[in-house]
Design a protein around this ligand. Structure first.
Ligand code: URA
Length: 433
């Protein structure tokens, strides 16, 4: 087989066979096919697309390019959850313990943050002593004993995706739906769960800005899951403003712990319940979504979910005093009120700008090498639909510098205040099964 023929076929809009896809993925991983030929193929895929079967073949080839996690030693139906990335998204810290509280095992591989979105691992490391490094045996033992473990993703899961993603980044081929869907699903499938719930974000702070693009991506990923034998459900949720009120690291852990203790942070609590309900129905612990939702809601209110969180933190070496007394979590030197300049109603909050403002403070990484400052971040005092008076606090900036000018300007620019209110945004747009 010659790579030039594979490129020509795709350029002409034809469907690639399993052998052709395997040939290029294997060749690229083993470096027998050069970047320039793969770049040409990626651009051809970008313009001519891929069928659902072709995308599933691509995903399978990427899974087969490296190691897969064998979770067969974990008892029960394993369910994974993945978010396409947003600002203030701390649902993993709520959903994991919540699902564990009804006995469903969650063996989660997570990543670090880059750019305007934070990473689960960085946030968890705000808890003193918490470690995401563990042997495979310890990971499995923790899932069996406590029903929840979170580890760093090993570099060997879907290595073809890692190489392709870097190449897409520099060849203007990132935003191709089949390539994104294959990339995300290859890592999820290699992580070994039996069923997967995807939280596909839509809006200003999301990778996909419009509902139709988000729906297309969600459909594509559900179809890959189905094609490759994993039950997959996608929830399309709003990311036109940050989720909850806290954006950062330690302050996000604190907010999640409070929701686990029954605090009614509406959007965060409702989205967590939605995702956890689908996960537990897929695991066949409940017969219906309604039954799942009401039991899980009880577990948020009766302390069972919080207890599962405490157990999980302790099992991974975290200082439990910081969870029992959340004021012991790291914080910043200064807390600066950013005030509204006029009366009115909040009609927009650009989530991406809030994420960037938090990154400027040190809560996120501009480059892979940057160190995270766990104590800094942003607390929103006003969300879309709220009324506001001039001089009232919109946002509190938690900073180690007493004059974080860039962050203040970014936050002010992200808020739109108008004289009449807007209708509240939907939280969940669609569920695709
Ligand atoms: N996240 C991924 O893992 N891959 C993509 O292609 C886009 C977002």
């Amino acid at each position: 087989m010659r790579m030039v023929d594979v490129i020509t076929k795709k350029r002409n809009g034809k469907e690639l066979s399993e052998e052709e896809i395997q040939f290029f993925i294997e060749g690229y991983t083993k470096e027998t096919i050069p970047d320039y030929q793969v770049s040409a193929l990626l651009m051809a895929i970008y313009f001519t697309g891929m069928t659902a079967e072709e995308t599933a073949r691509l995903t399978k080839a990427m899974v087969d390019s490296g190691e897969t996690i064998d979770l067969s030693q974990v008892k029960g139906h394993k369910v994974d959850k993945h978010s396409t990335g947003g600002v203030g998204d701390k649902t993993t810290f709520i959903v994991g313990p919540l699902v564990a509280s009804v006995g469903v095992p969650v063996a989660k591989m997570s990543g670090r943050g880059l750019g305007h979105t934070g990473g689960t691992l960085d946030k968890l490391e705000s808890i003193e002593g918490f470690t995401i490094e563990m042997t495979k045996e310890k990971f499995i033992e923790n899932v069996n004993t406590h029903k929840l473990a979170v580890a760093g993703q090993t570099g060997n899961l879907a290595p073809a995706d890692k190489k392709l993603y870097s190449l897409r980044d520099v060849t203007a081929t990132v935003d191709s739906i089949p390539l994104i869907a294959g990339s995300i699903m290859s890592k999820k499938l290699a992580s070994g769960a039996d069923s997967i719930v995807l939280d596909v974000k839509t809006g200003s702070g999301a990778f996909m800005k419009t509902l139709s693009e988000s729906e297309e991506l969600a459909n594509e990923m559900v179809s890959i899951g189905k094609n490759l034998g994993r039950n997959t459900v996608a929830v399309i949720s709003d990311m036109n403003q940050p989720l909850g009120f806290e954006v950062g690291n330690a302050n996000e852990v604190k907010e999640a712990a409070e929701v686990l203790q029954g605090k009614k942070v509406t959007d965060l609590r409702n989205l967590s319940l939605e995702l956890a309900s689908h996960m537990t129905v897929l695991a066949e612990v409940f017969e219906s979504y309604e039954q799942a939702y009401s039991t899980l809601e009880e577990n948020l209110d009766n302390g069972k979910a919080f207890e599962a969180f405490r157990t999980f933190v302790q099992a991974q070496g975290g200082n439990i005093d910081m969870i029992d007394d959340l004021s012991k979590l790291p914080t910043s030197k200064h807390h600066i009120d950013v005030k509204a300049e006029q009366d009115g109603f909040v009609t927009e909050i650009d989530a991406e700008s809030i994420g960037i403002a938090a990154m400027y403070l040190g809560a996120g990484r501009a480059t892979k090498e940057d160190q995270i400052n766990h104590g800094v971040g942003i607390t929103l005092r006003k969300k879309i639909g709220d009324s506001v008076k001039a001089g009232e606090t919109l946002v509190i900036i938690h900073s180690d510098s007493d004059q974080p000018k860039d962050s203040i300007n970014k936050v002010l620019a992200s808020y739109k205040i108008e004289s009449s209110p807007v209708e509240a945004k939907k939280l969940i747009y669609k569920v695709i099964k």
